[in-house]
Ligand binder design. Structure first.
Ligand code: GAL
Length: 403
């Protein structure tokens, strides 16, 4: 069984029904494999390891698309918590469905702009206008459950996209291994502390929104990295703010923590958008580059620029074009009433509220540092060098061979 990223094959070992990545980090959320039942005509070659940045695999699904009916509606959460939904998810999902032969008239891609009521009314109107499958990245478990209950009552299957709706009734879940994302962030902080020679790290450890299950899983990953260091007395955690995906709120949380703990010399931040205002604030205090470690996630443009200029240690890069293709493929199988191939549904993730193992497509994230920007996000066409290397960042691009 393999789940691969484009740069490394990560053979996965079955260990007592749990998947443990051969590289030693087991996915702490209880993932076990599930063998998809029944055959699937068309696209049988499609699996999480066949998707590439040029979307060629999606053409294998044209017969599945032809066998289906109705619209596929995707509802993304917002445009503030992360630039990813505008920069990456929406364009990649659009491209994936088109490459699989779904007509634009049968493809709906919406963004709820941070409003629970909008996300629910979008789902309801999509079903009214003929959606036979919903792909939802829920703002929170509450609206996620409302959408899934409504969809179920109308016989419309739902795919949880990127965030799992705890207590929900979705058919499939598509995401990255989010505990692994957290592990990368934790290990990225530790590597940065060493590289930047931070004498005795005294950190704030921040979290995302408490209503986002991913935030819980990210924290599970990075706390598992930090806790032994804290127990050994090597690291100190001076503050653990409440948590948010709202960048201005994240800034306020950090400012309050830093003011109350002036010996603080680093902050673990779970995504690029929350890190950006914190880095801008540190600059107003004349804190120089490579002095105060900050972490991130999503490999957004602002995150990459903060990384190459020495204010952010790195970012957990999630090649969204993999997640978008996996979600689109699963949606098209559901729309055709067909069972997806086993390679596409390559694991399960436990919904700890509903106490069920959810059949899932789980993809592999990777940690990006200044030295690997060119070979990852630029090589993938994820963030073009032309956008990164503007103004003062041009010199940083020269330093790190980004072009
Ligand atoms: C998470 C998502 C991350 C991060 C955050 C803010 O659920 O997996 O990519 O950006 O939300 O939207």
């Amino acid at each position: 069984m393999r789940i691969t990223s484009r740069r490394a094959i990560v053979p996965l070992l079955m260990v007592g029904g749990l998947l443990a990545a051969a590289c030693g980090s087991s996915s702490s959320s209880s993932t076990t494999t599930t063998a998809a039942s029944g055959g699937s005509s068309g696209g049988a070659t499609v699996s999480v390891s066949t998707f590439t940045k040029d979307f060629t695999t999606m053409a294998d699904l044209k017969s599945v698309t032809a066998a289906g009916k109705g619209k596929v509606a995707v509802i993304l959460p917002d445009t503030v918590s992360s630039a990813r939904y505008t920069e990456f998810d929406a364009p990649y999902l659009t491209k994936a469905f088109a490459a699989a032969g779904l007509s634009t008239s049968d493809t709906i891609i919406q963004n709820a702009q941070g409003s629970d009521s909008t996300q629910l009314t979008d789902a309801q109107s999509d079903i009214t206008s003929g959606a036979t499958v919903l792909v939802v990245d829920p703002l929170d478990a509450g609206v996620g459950n409302s959408i899934e209950s409504y969809a179920k009552s109308h016989g419309v299957p739902v795919i949880d996209y990127d965030r799992l709706v705890l207590g929900g009734s979705r058919k499939y879940y598509v995401s990255f291994d989010n505990v692994k994302v957290g592990t990368l962030i934790g290990k990225g902080m530790v590597a940065c502390v060493a590289a930047w020679k931070v004498p005795s790290p005294k950190l704030a450890v921040m979290v995302g929104s408490p209503t986002d299950n991913n935030a819980t899983l990210f924290a599970q990953g990075y706390n598992a990295v930090l806790n032994p260091l804290i127990a050994a007395g090597t690291y100190k955690v001076l503050a653990r703010p409440a948590g948010t995906w709202d960048p201005p709120t994240a800034l306020t949380e950090f400012q309050q923590a830093y003011t109350a703990n002036p010996t603080m010399n680093g902050v673990l931040v779970p995504n690029d958008e929350n890190a950006a205002p914190i880095i801008s604030y540190l600059k107003t205090l004349n804190i120089p580059a490579k002095k105060f470690p900050v972490t991130g996630q999503d490999a957004t443009l602002i995150g990459i620029q903060n990384i190459i200029s020495g204010y952010q240690c790195g970012t957990a890069y999630k090649p969204i074009y993999l997640e978008a293709q996996a979600a689109a493929a699963l949606a098209l199988y559901l729309r055709a009433g067909k069972t997806p191939p086993a390679g596409l549904v390559n694991g399960t993730v436990k919904d700890t509220t509903a106490n069920v193992n959810v059949p899932s497509s789980l993809l592999i994230p990777e940690w990006v540092t200044p030295a690997t920007v060119e070979s990852t996000v630029v090589a993938d066409g994820f963030v073009p060098a032309s956008q990164i290397c503007t103004g003062a960042y041009a010199a940083d691009c020269t330093t790190y061979g980004i072009h």
